[in-house]
Write a protein that binds this ligand. Structure first.
Ligand SMILES: NC(=O)c1ccc[n+]([C@@H]2O[C@H](COP(=O)([O-])OP(=O)(O)OC[C@H]3O[C@@H](n4cnc5c(N)ncnc54)[C@H](OP(=O)(O)O)[C@@H]3O)[C@@H](O)[C@H]2O)c1
Length: 318
């Protein structure tokens, strides 16, 4: 009996110890994953997204590799993919990047319902490779319908007005986002390439989930908009966070402090850049571009890199 009791007690104690260990492990994992997540409107996403643009702008020839890149990002925990209707080779190819992202999501083995695809309207892609703007409400409506089709969804996760059109009052373009939101065609609204005044104006018209502006070691003047988003709790998505497609690979060569600190941590200078951006504010969600699995897999590791105050000061001063 005693033995029985003893056995039961031992079993209970062991089970309790196991349960405590499991709870602690779960709590640690949650805390870790919590620190790797950031708010985007009413959702939470992994702190680093994937910029899909290079797969349609620079080189469209290897679709299989592009899909492997998107799958690698998703497998690594990425929950935000940034695209745009204009990420294409020209006017006859509009929606190329959106169709690619949709294809990758359809063939991914994971749960795509946790993934937010953020697309944009308001830019065109001309045959000469230039990027005219069109912020007219009629165009944005048509563009949104085309994006819904290209992405194969009933509502777009995050729809961003790509760039202010000087020919169209900003309130009219942003007002169209408000209408699309009310009609349920888009789940969240964002803007891109906006000044503080434009963010303020847009936020009066539509609940703003995000602002997407250029920000990187090479381009820091949008710190003003980043700080504004920080104060307002609006997600700030730095675009070209590594300095852009043609310079990202040489980030360390162009920015010595980033290379130095990378060496000390045994990581890439690109990871240091992304960790520096993440440290700017909890609203920051960088969207590094990639066309190869290796690069996005390196970039996502930046969420694990903590830079101390003196390192951050050094990078700020560079
Ligand atoms: N709203 C706007 O007006 C606007 C404008 C431009 C871009 N964007 C968005 O922002 C995203 C990011 O910008 P971006 O693609 O122009 O520039 P970026 O993110 O600064 O650089 C992209 C390049 O970085 C390379 N790369 C990525 N991670 C790396 C790593 N860890 N180590 C070494 N190289 C790495 C990739 O190389 P591989 O190609 O070899 O993988 C890729 O081509 C775009 O994809 C797009 O979604 C928005």
């Amino acid at each position: 009996m005693d033995m029985d009791t003893g056995t039961t007690t031992t079993a209970t104690t062991t089970a309790a110890t196991n349960a405590t260990a499991a709870t602690e492990k779960a709590a640690t994992e949650k805390a870790e994953s919590g620190s790797m997540r950031r708010e985007l409107g009413d959702r939470e996403v992994f702190a680093i997204g994937l910029g899909a643009m290079p797969m349609s702008i620079r080189d469209q020839t290897d679709e299989k590799r592009s899909i492997r890149t998107i799958h690698a990002a998703l497998d690594a925990g990425v929950m935000l993919i940034d695209t745009a209707d204009a990420y294409s080779s020209g006017p006859d190819d509009i929606g190329h990047n959106e169709r690619l992202v949709a294809k990758a999501l359809a063939t991914w083995s994971g749960d795509g319902s946790n993934v937010i695809v953020a697309t944009k309207g308001g830019h065109l892609r001309a045959a000469d490779g230039s990027w005219p703007v069109d912020g007219r409400p009629d165009h944005l409506r048509e563009a949104c319908e085309a994006s819904l089709k290209a992405l194969g969804v009933e509502a777009i996760g995050l729809y961003q007005f790509h760039r202010p059109d000087p020919q169209v009052p900003y309130a009219e373009s942003v007002g169209t986002l408000r209408d699309l939101l009310d009609e349920g065609k888009i789940r969240m609204a964002g803007i891109s390439n906006a000044s503080v005044a434009q963010i303020e104006e847009a936020a009066r018209i539509v609940p703003l989930a995000s602002v997407q502006n250029e920000f990187s070691p090479a381009f820091r003047s949008s710190i003003e908009e980043l700080s504004y988003c920080d104060r307002r709790g609006i997600a700030f998505l730095p675009w070209s966070p590594l300095g852009g497609m043609s310079h990202a690979g040489q980030l360390g060569g162009r920015h010595e402090a980033f290379a130095q600190i990378a060496e000390q941590h045994g990581v890439s200078p690109q990871q240091v850049a992304l960790a520096w951006e993440l440290a700017k504010s909890p609203v920051v969600i960088p969207i590094p571009g990639a066309s190869r699995p290796e690069t996005i897999l390196d970039s996502v590791q930046a969420v694990r890199l903590t830079l101390n105050e003196s390192e951050l000061a050094l990078l700020d001063a560079e």
